[in-house]
Design a protein around this ligand. Structure first.
Ligand SMILES: [Zn+2]
Length: 327
């Protein structure tokens, strides 16, 4: 295993490869990108490359050092993440790290701390971390992960080497899933629904009930103009539960409406929900592309509202009522 393990992310691989090549390793890196793009895999491969004893720029993946890193039991590599039931990285966690950082590495030249959810640090934790970033011990390497860079203190950002992670093309994700044994049609569907995130596509693949849930949602949305309000509200309650479990509801619904536009525009080969082709064909008579674009805006807005923790059930009720209109 090596950097190849991470799908896409050419730029990140180039930057990290150059650092390894020149031997000038930064004290702090900030990996920025949404969930599932490979930040963690990349960090682990980078750390292996850094600490692995064998020849070559990348980690061999086979030696005792690489294996310890992979299994999270290397004494000089620590992963700091959210504690159970907690939604932020606390100052006590940062202080613990600082206490350990005083001691030199045990097995290697470097001591690595990977901080997951660095954009979810409490202000106290962030200020405390800043002190470490200002004066890191020679042997310290910190790798911070963030989904939202603007949630971080500018003073933290400026002390890190920033590395951005980007969406991966759905064809590439599909190919990868097929290599891992998924049938082509399913691999294609999962990768299109994953919105550029290989990790998300893999989660969909591993969720045994995914297709059933997806069919239920598509049947519901497709039938919305004929539904009574009570029916909509009661279904919205169930759908909220799926959303709480991490179901990619909004991607799924936008995909459905985008498919109708693709049909209207004669780009049938790009349609995601190919198994719903006859429904999509029927729907194209009911809407104009402009109406559907309004729907897509409503869906995007609701997605953002829900992320900001507004009342989810109410937000879904309002969205579904809007989506009811049609000819
Ligand atoms: Zn190795």
């Amino acid at each position: 295993m090596s950097f190849d393990r991470v799908l896409g992310q050419k730029e990140a691989k180039k930057i990290l490869g150059d650092e390894l090549d020149s031997g000038r390793i930064s004290h702090a890196y900030l990996f920025v990108g949404k969930k599932g793009l490979g930040k963690k895999e990349m960090a682990y491969e980078f750390v292996k490359a850094l600490l692995c004893g064998s020849e070559g720029l990348e980690g061999c993946g086979d030696c005792i050092i690489c294996r310890k890193i992979e299994h999270n039991n290397h004494a000089d590599v620590r992963l700091l993440t959210l504690e159970e039931e907690s939604s932020s990285i606390k100052i006590s966690q940062i202080r613990e790290m600082q206490k350990e950082l005083v001691y030199k590495p045990y097995e290697s030249e470097q001591k690595v701390y990977i901080i997951d959810h660095a954009d979810q640090m409490t202000p106290q934790a962030a200020n405390s971390l800043l002190r470490t970033l200002e004066e890191p011990p020679d042997y310290a390497v910190l790798i911070l992960f963030a989904e939202e860079i603007n949630q971080l203190l500018p003073t933290i950002i400026s002390r890190c080497q920033q590395i951005f992670f980007y969406n991966v093309e759905s064809e590439k994700i599909s190919q990868k899933l097929q290599q891992e044994g998924s049938p082509p049609q399913k691999a294609d569907l999962y990768s299109r629904l994953a919105d550029g995130s290989p990790g998300q596509a893999r989660e969909l693949k591993e969720d045994a009930d995914f297709l059933e849930k997806r069919n239920r949602i598509l049947d519901f949305v497709s039938d919305l103009p004929h539904k009574k309000r009570v029916e909509i509200f009661s279904e919205a309650e169930q759908i909220k539960k799926m959303l709480d479990e991490g179901f990619p509801l909004f991607n799924l619904i936008s995909g459905w409406y985008r498919d109708i536009i693709l049909y209207i525009e004669g780009q049938k080969n790009q349609i995601v929900n190919v198994d719903y082709m006859s429904d999509i064909k029927e729907k194209k008579e009911q809407y104009t592309a402009a109406e559907i674009n309004n729907f897509l805006e409503d869906i995007q807005k609701t997605k953002e509202d829900v992320k900001r923790n507004v009342n989810k059930e109410l937000a879904l009720d309002v969205l579904f009522i809007r989506l009811c209109s049609g000819r």
